[in-house]
Design a protein around this ligand. Structure first.
Ligand SMILES: *[C@@H]1O[C@H](CO)[C@@H](O)[C@H](O)[C@H]1NC(C)=O
Ligand SMILES: *[C@@H]1O[C@H](CO)[C@@H](O)[C@H](O)[C@H]1NC(C)=O
Ligand SMILES: *[C@@H]1O[C@H](CO)[C@@H](O)[C@H](O)[C@H]1NC(C)=O
Length: 475
């Protein structure tokens, strides 16, 4: 008996070790990515935590600045008006007894390492159209309340819930009860792949307030944080937390009341001549995580209120885990500079994706995006990256009113597509016209060309537009 038990343990421990170390989309020894070091070709995608990987790492939160090249990250499914994301809890009934994963999937939640990874096109389409959130960590549906429960058992790294669709301006609302006790952090944030972030962070040791903050391009400047009071214990009571973000300002709201406002004009950086204002597509993320983990940076532990007490905290004694409970979530996207192209696409297609393109100055802003109409940005397997997703100029041309190109053959795919062969004709095109430069393999919109109109006809006009225009690009 002793021996069998022993063998059993060896096998279990062996597989547990294998599983922990080799998950096939991350290297055995972590490879780090940052502003001075991009990911290598074998592990091309840079995660939000600065680690290289492939497959799922290329799908959500993949940072295009630090990834191997421009095509490593997959295009991001877009949330555009009039669509929104809504999760609202209802008690489980029909699903009683089913596994957590099945219950979660029936409510539009899927583990992040499965999302949009399939070589069956209909499965990929199903995921794109039915999965609103991905999760990692021990996530479940509460059988009585129907809340999404994020759990953090002893020694774990908690849970992350992330919306699958990105929006460029919009309002996100979360009704929840936060985790409690020292070192336990709950967050409601909207975050972009390049590190723009607007946050609510809850310390489990301070249950009558919340920290509001924001980041620009991942710059770790901590003096933007502002503490905001909440009317009652955030662990014992549900409250509404909302982030209302448009191109001019951000409102943080608690229970429907604006508790903080940030104006874009107040974020001007004199030296760089740019607004350090979040202006890249965001996704909603709700997390429960161990800020007070012994292995964390001392500054993080201190901020989190100290080390987590895994033995004596009330939740550990009662249920062996810390939890946060999400009652409902809503994301309503606002209009943005791409709206005319989006509307044209929406007449026949609901699957729209945003894709980062590298601007000449290397500084991403709200104009640094391609829009694909009708693209299902799936990959076949964990070893693939966004490179295997066909980003075809034709797809861009499908929604464009007109196409400009520099004299080379280009097959039209619908009757709305015209060609302009002469650069001088550019000035006569209506706003929102897409321009495709075959030589440069670039596409541009004339949407914002007003200020550039006079300079446009001068030498290398297309490059000039690039800085100003809503830029639609296919590579
Ligand atoms: C990007 O990387 C892929 C391999 O991952 C390569 O085949 C492709 O040519 C690269 N593209 C550019 C523009 O460098
Ligand atoms: C298209 O791009 C090429 C390469 O940058 C450039 O030389 C050319 O002028 C552009 N075409 C037009 C019509 O401007
Ligand atoms: C194009 O848009 C700009 C502002 O974005 C505006 O000033 C201009 O009048 C518009 N042109 C046309 C033809 O609509």
């Amino acid at each position: 008996m002793q021996r069998i038990l022993g063998l059993f343990c060896v096998l279990i421990c062996f597989f547990a070790t294998i599983n922990a170390q080799v998950d096939f989309y991350r290297p055995l020894v972590p490879i780090h990515c940052n502003s001075v070091q991009k990911c290598p070709e074998e592990w091309p995608c840079c995660s939000p935590y600065g680690e290289c990987g492939s497959g799922p790492v290329c799908m959500g939160g993949c940072n295009p600045r630090f990834s191997y090249n421009e095509t490593s990250c997959a295009p991001m499914p877009a949330l555009v008006p009039p669509n929104n994301i809504e999760y609202s809890s209802a008690p489980l009934s029909a699903l009683d007894g089913k596994e957590d994963a099945a219950q979660l999937e029936s409510r539009g939640l899927l583990h992040f390492n499965k999302y949009l990874i399939s070589d069956v096109q209909s499965d990929a389409r199903y995921m794109l159209e039915n999965i609103a959130f991905t999760y990692s960590g021990p996530t479940s549906i509460h059988p009585q309340t129907g809340d999404i429960v994020l759990s953090m058992p002893r020694g774990s790294s908690g849970c992350l819930l992330a919306a699958t669709r990105y929006f460029l301006y919009g309002r996100s609302s979360v009704r929840m009860r936060t985790g409690r006790s020292r070192g336990v952090i709950s967050s409601v944030v909207i975050m972009s792949a390049v590190g723009d972030e607007i946050d609510f962070e809850f310390l489990g040791s301070e249950l009558y307030q919340v920290q509001s903050t924001y980041y620009y391009r991942g710059e770790l400047i901590y003096n933007k944080m502002l503490e905001v009071p909440v009317s009652s214990d955030t662990n014992a009571n549900y409250h509404d937390y909302e982030i209302d973000w448009n191109e001019h300002r951000i409102h943080w709201l608690v229970d429907g009341r604006i508790v903080r406002t940030l104006y874009k004009e107040d974020t001007w950086d004199e030296e760089l001549g740019i607004y350090k204002y979040p202006q890249t597509p965001m996704r909603l993320e709700v997390a429960l995580w161990p800020g007070g983990l012994a292995s964390n940076h001392p500054g993080t532990i201190e901020w989190a209120g100290g080390l987590i007490d895994w033995d004596n905290s009330p939740d550990m004694i009662e249920s062996g885990k810390f939890t946060a409970h999400i009652k409902s979530m809503t994301v309503v996207p606002y209009t943005n500079r791409y709206i005319s192209a989006i509307n044209r696409c929406m007449r026949r297609e609901h699957n729209i994706a945003y894709d980062y393109i590298m601007p000449p100055d290397g500084i991403f802003d709200e104009a640094s995006f391609a829009i694909y109409c009708g693209l299902i940005p799936n990959i076949r397997k964990w070893s693939d990256s966004g490179f295997s997703i066909p980003r075809n100029p034709i797809q861009a041309a499908r929604w464009s009113g007109k196409v400009f190109m520099s004299g080379k053959a280009f097959t039209p795919v619908n009757t709305e597509t015209d060609f302009v062969q002469n650069i001088n004709d550019l000035a006569s095109l209506p706003n929102g016209t897409m321009i495709y430069n075959k030589t440069q393999e670039n596409t541009f919109s004339t949407e914002q060309k007003s200020s550039g109109a006079s300079t446009m006809a001068q030498n290398n006009p297309l490059r000039k537009i690039k800085g100003l225009a809503s830029t639609f690009w296919v590579s």
